[in-house]
Write a protein that binds this ligand. Structure first.
Ligand code: ADP
Ligand code: MG
Length: 720
């Protein structure tokens, strides 16, 4: 008995243990995200095609849909005068009862794939030319085994595939494991719930997806698998909420009209209506002894910082501490500067914790923080991990956070840990955490904030502070670049500064993407030589520079030493250079909509009444790219943009898959499955209300999956 045939197949079997899957094929499968049989099973068809029953050549219809098998007896590539890749590939297939001509247009790659002697099955549209049957651009698959049984009419699943592995090969592989693995799949859904919602059981659903009997089955499979994802997501959220409400607690902060007025006196301007409303929402949360878990969203420049300061000062007013975390040191410094301004002459003690602090000063500062001699600490999230302990941390504000919430709970608990390790077991047992405010300029469409981020409460600052000039947006073709840069120079002459954003880092990288991307280096040279000359200084920042170098260059740009900053999207987050009022984005068609909006938000941050201008140089080659360009040009409202983005790309990619920490949805689509989502939400709530820790026997499987998917971030471990 050979080793391979004795392998009993379960979901966790690695695909490289399957017969016929060698190291190379395993690697190709891995590129598709398929490592285990479970991955294979979850590699679902993206659509289905009706495939004709296989027949002999004689029985093929003269015109219509057909399928036939045979041996290739001749091939040739017929180039058309247009060049190397244009032309047609022809193969003559000899099957039962005759020959048939197969033609594929512009498919030069077939020259290396199909050779005389190959046994193949082809299917598609049949036509007759001078009594000779032919098929144009038929689908095909190699038959490893000439004895493979003829196919009946059937629904053929079409899988996401790659150049190395086509859909038919994936289908064969799935066919190889399906019967063995289905009986080993246990449905995590309680029977009662499954019946109530008229859902097939999980093994059935996988069978229906991969080997449907009819089209209704594909629909039922999809519904079940989508529900599964949504239910798990909603359970995660419901458990987190429950945990937050019933297990954790946070210091309830005092608040009064007097405190409110006192805080607001510190601000150099009147709060807008929206800012006032949001401050009140936050104040209400902070007065409770349950941890606030709030997301503050507001477009770039909407004025979130002052709201954060309001919340931090509430902590200080109650003689507790607050911390403000920024994604970069530069931004932390900027926050420090504006907080210091607003707090000048007050009793509030604030400190900046940066990487450049000498060791002795750092030790002193850490000591001051833990002894309560500092009220507000500003720093980057990285700097605040690990060593920092607070005496009495009441609030953590996380600025420009794009990974929402998931990893934060453990981190915050650790920050709140008080004095030294071990001394504080009482607090640890009390599950004490600080309140948490997360700020983001990536607006979340309502459908998402209600669902995926359902464990966060959301506050929104709408509109911009008064006196802000709207940004003018232009989308132009590449042939206009010369005009664009000439105009940019005119603006530089008036004392303004400009960003130029490019997608790639160096020539090698640019070539790899097969398009003539403007790289940072080449672009700096072009701008310097052709447009800026001796008068204006051009600098570059990109992700390959060391962080310190990058921030040093940014600083010199902010201070006006450099006039033009050529950058990759590293400037996307948080930088505030009021004097920079022009932005040019090269190859804008390559950027996501949300990203373009973030980039645009870097200009027009106020100052000097200058008219901010953003030019997207784009050459959209897909309908989707054109849609994006139209959307970015039509509005500066981040919420509208987020909604269009969701429509264009779907939720899976909304923040870039996995970025937000929630498991990505593979089957369910929002907003398409909104109804299913609401169903899952209600069901999840019912389950968690009755059994918050999922300890009932009928919930064991759900619990196991959730623990695996979310790890300890869910708090399940503490609950159990
Ligand atoms: P973001 O929401 O992008 O973090 P900021 O907090 O940096 O925005 O605010 C952008 C600018 O608007 C800052 O210069 C800030 O001082 C100013 N600003 C904020 N609120 C107001 C207001 N109510 N009135 C006038 N200017 C304001
Ligand atoms: Mg900000």
């Amino acid at each position: 008995m050979s080793a391979t045939s004795s392998v009993s197949i379960t979901a966790s079997t690695r695909v490289d243990q399957l017969p016929g899957v060698g190291a190379v094929r395993a690697r190709h499968l891995a590129h598709l995200g398929i490592v285990t049989v479970s991955d294979l099973l979850r590699h679902l068809p993206m659509r289905y095609e009706l495939e004709a029953a296989e027949s002999s050549v004689q029985e093929l219809p003269g015109k219509g849909i057909g399928a036939v098998r045979g041996t290739i007896v001749g091939t040739r590539w017929v180039a058309s005068h247009g060049g190397r890749t244009r032309g047609r590939f022809e193969a003559t297939l000899e099957g039962q009862g005759g020959r048939i001509l197969l033609t594929w247009f512009n498919a030069r790659y077939l020259v290396d794939k199909l050779h005389p002697g190959h046994q193949i099955r082809v299917w598609g549209k049949v036509d007759t030319f001078r009594d000779y049957r032919q098929m144009v651009n038929p689908k095909w698959e190699l038959l490893d085994d000439s004895q493979a049984p003829a196919r009946d009419e059937r629904i053929r699943p079409i899988y996401p595939a790659s150049e190395q592995i086509n859909s038919a090969a994936i289908e064969r592989l799935i066919g190889q494991v399906l019967d063995a693995v289905l009986p080993t799949i246990h449905d995590p859904l309680p029977e009662e719930l499954r019946k109530r919602n008229a859902l097939p059981d999980l093994a059935q659903a996988f069978r229906m997806a991969h080997r449907p009997g009819d089209m209704d089955e594909t629909g039922a499979a999809r519904r079940r698998l989508a529900y599964n994802e949504l239910l798990l997501l909603q359970l995660g959220i419901a458990i987190k909420r429950h945990y937050n409400e019933h297990v954790l607690h946070a210091p309830a902060l005092r608040w009064s009209r007097a405190i409110d007025e006192h805080i607001r006196q510190r601000f150099p301007f009147e709060l807008t209506e929206a800012q006032r409303r949001v401050c009140e929402e936050i104040a209400r949360d902070l007065q409770r002894d349950r941890p606030m878990n709030r997301l503050l969203q507001g477009d770039v420049g909407a004025g979130k910082t002052v709201v954060a300061l309001y919340a931090l000062l509430m902590a200080v007013a109650d003689r507790k501490q607050g911390v403000l975390m920024a994604p970069t040191e530069l931004l932390a410094e900027q926050h420090m500067a504006s907080l210091s301004n607003m707090l000048a002459g007050s009793q509030v003690r604030i400190a900046l914790l940066t990487g450049s602090l000498p060791a002795a000063a750092r030790r002193q500062l850490l000591d001051d923080i833990v002894e309560g001699r500092i009220d507000i600490v500003v720093g980057t999230q990285a700097l605040l991990g690990g060593a920092v302990r607070f005496k009495d941390l009441a609030l953590a504000v996380i600025d420009e956070q794009h990974r929402f919430g998931v990893m934060q709970r453990a981190f915050l608990r650790q920050l709140a840990g008080g004095a030294a390790e071990g001394e504080d077991t009482a607090d640890a047992q009390n599950h004490r955490v600080p309140h948490c405010l997360v700020m983001t300029a990536t607006p979340i469409p309502r459908t998402l904030s209600l669902t995926v981020f359902g464990d966060l409460d959301v506050s929104t600052i709408t509109g911009l502070p008064p006196g802000r000039q709207p940004i003018i947006t232009r989308v132009v073709g590449p042939e206009k670049s010369d005009d664009v840069y000439r105009y940019m120079v005119q603006r530089l002459e008036r004392g303004e500064q400009a960003y130029v954003v490019v997608p790639a880092i160096d020539e090698e990288n640019a070539r790899a993407t097969n398009a003539q991307l403007k790289s940072v280096r080449a672009h700096v040279k072009l701008l310097q030589d052709k447009y800026c000359g001796q008068r204006f200084r051009v600098a570059a920042v990109h992700g390959r520079l060391k962080r310190e170098t990058r921030e040093a260059i940014m600083k010199r740009f902010r201070d006006g030493f450099y006039h033009v900053l050529v950058a990759t999207t590293v400037i996307e987050v948080g930088v505030d250079v009021p004097n920079a009022s022009v932005m040019v984005v090269e190859h804008a068609e390559r950027f996501g909509l949300a990203q373009l909006h973030q980039l645009r938000g870097r200009v027009g941050r106020g100052a000097n009444g200058r008219q901010a201008l953003c030019v997207f140089i784009a050459d959209p080659t897909t309908p989707e790219a054109s849609q994006r360009m139209a959307a970015i040009a039509s509005t500066t409202d981040g919420f509208k943009i987020a909604e269009s983005d969701l429509e264009i790309i779907g939720m899976g990619d909304f923040f870039g898959t996995r970025q937000h920490g929630a498991p990505p949805l593979r089957v369910a689509e929002i907003p398409r499955d909104l109804e299913l989502l609401n169903l899952a939400r209600r069901d999840a709530q019912t389950i968690v209300d009755a059994d918050p820790a999922l300890t009932a026997p009928e919930h064991h499987r759900l619990r196991a999956i959730l623990t695996h998917q979310y790890g300890q971030t869910l708090g399940l471990i503490d609950v159990g």
